[in-house]
Design a protein around this ligand. Structure first.
Ligand code: PNW
Length: 447
């Protein structure tokens, strides 16, 4: 027997990764412990009005102290992989310069703890918590940042080495550049298109430079990048051109440099004078052979007139999450087929998929049937894509825990495990129990 039947009759390869994902700033807390330097999210969160309810990541899920119990949760759920991020300001408090050994100690304990529990560690090097010291000199807009990032990546890889299964350079660079430097709804809260495009360019260069540095250091871990990607649909024929532009701005502005060493033409022309001065050779070098592409899938973009909706087609027939995002499982199937055709990678990992719902905690449990349905239908669509030839190697639920949802503070709960922020008590939701049964069946683990 090489495969196992699951609850709903889908067969996945026995070595398929069933995991959960988190990120450092969203769960760790302990923002000034053991030599960690300040990050842009500490600074941004300290400004009234930036985060709903004035909340911050200072305590979050206290994962910095509760990491062992959190790993136990995943082991109990029969998962075999854990995706988390390393906080740059823990490793290099000043962004560049001396390494803080205590910061790396934490991630070393985490990696070893994961391995002891049968969880493959999948590390994201940058999930939005830039050291404030680097922001003080311009952050992603500074021309030297690719060098600083590669330096930091090497410091992590030198310590964690081959115990890590994969490194993703970036999580969702669109969010860093667009939300952080243009829309201003994420740290550092800037509102300037030109600076945001420059930041995106430097993030690309940083990715390329870090991948080259890690390869030269003979890192055996798989290397890749994680992008937030969306099918883009036009409501009417007249919306097609806009939809194509939106697709280039959100998806291809990030895919093309990584896979082709170029920027997409339509978006480039659209941005006009705001585009940065590009060194074609440097841009070409962003395209490094990768071992995987990480796909974060949440919803599609629906283009209608001048409006780009995340909530899908108007009307009551569409299910939406607490973020007002459309529930659209078919989009994952479409996205994977499109990627496989246009941006072939050796394998794809679904590095995030999940939903916030208005969970009701009562009698010691959360009966989140909506989240169970969300996960099941998305896993079904991922399976369809695999049957049609797309090499998908794993699925990571976003998120293991309810956590700090950026500008929304703690008001949006994405966890499959409920967190009581008063007591820090973790309670697996019905979705965690469902996922545990599913993973156990898929992996053929005895009861
Ligand atoms: C992702 N959008 O963020 C991040 O990787 C996670 O840290 C986050 O908690 C999760 O998705 C849920 O939001 C996104 O506006 C933030 O399209 C914003 C968007 C997409 C993803």
């Amino acid at each position: 027997m090489t495969t196992h039947d699951s609850a709903f009759g889908l067969t996945f390869p026995p070595d398929f990764l069933w995991g959960a994902a988190t990120s450092a700033y969203q769960i760790e807390g302990a923002t000034s412990e053991d030599g960690r330097g300040p990050s842009i999210w500490d600074t941004y969160g300290a400004v009234p009005g930036n985060i709903l309810g004035g909340e911050t990541g200072t305590v979050a899920c206290d994962h910095y102290h509760r990491w062992a119990a959190d790993l136990d949760l995943m082991k109990a759920m029969h998962l075999n992989a854990y995706r988390f991020s390393v906080a740059w300001p823990r490793v290099m408090p000043g962004g560049t310069g001396p390494v803080n050994a205590a910061g790396l100690d934490f991630y070393e304990r985490l990696v070893d703890g994961a391995l002891e529990r049968g969880l493959e560690p999948h590390v994201t090097l940058y999930h939005w918590d830039l050291p404030q010291a680097l922001q003080d000199v311009g952050g992603w807009a500074h021309p030297d940042i690719p060098h600083w990032f590669a330096e930091y990546a090497l410091a992590v890889a030198q310590r964690l080495g081959d115990r890590v299964a994969s490194y993703a350079t970036f999580n969702e660079p669109w969010c860093s550049a667009e939300l952080g430097y243009h829309v201003g709804r994420h740290a550092p809260g800037l509102r300037d298109l030109r600076t945001s495009l420059l930041a995106s360019y430097h993030i690309h260069l940083s990715h390329g430079q870090a991948v080259r540095a890690l390869r030269e250091a003979n890192t055996r871990a798989e290397l890749g990048i994680v992008l937030n990607l969306y099918p883009v649909d036009a409501a009417t024929e007249a919306d097609r051109e806009t939809a194509a532009l939106v697709d280039e701005k959100i998806n291809r502005w990030y895919l093309d440099p990584v896979f082709r060493g170029t920027f997409p033409e339509r978006a480039w022309a659209h941005y006009g004078d705001a585009v940065p001065e590009i060194d074609p050779a440097a841009l070409a070098a962003v395209c490094q052979p990768l071992d995987f592409l990480g796909v974060n899938y949440y919803f599609r973009q629906w283009v209608s007139g001048n409006e780009v909706r995340r909530s899908g087609p108007p009307g009551a027939g569409t299910e939406r999450t607490a973020m007002d995002w459309e529930v659209y499982p078919e989009g994952l199937h479409r996205l994977l087929l499109d990627l496989h055709r246009e941006y072939p990678a050796p394998r794809y990992l679904i590095t995030e998929n999940g939903a916030a719902f208005d969970d009701v905690f009562g009698n010691g449990r959360v009966q989140d049937d909506n989240r169970v349905r969300f996960m099941r239908t998305h896993i079904e669509q991922m399976h369809r894509a695999m049957e049609e030839g797309v090499p998908v190697g794993g699925y990571f639920a976003w998120s293991l825990l309810d956590n700090f949802e950026w500008a929304f503070g703690y008001s949006k709960r994405f966890g499959i495990v409920h967190v009581d922020y008063e007591t820090q008590v973790r309670t697996p939701k019905a979705s965690a129990e469902w996922y545990a049964r599913f993973a156990r069946a898929q992996r053929g683990v005895a009861r």
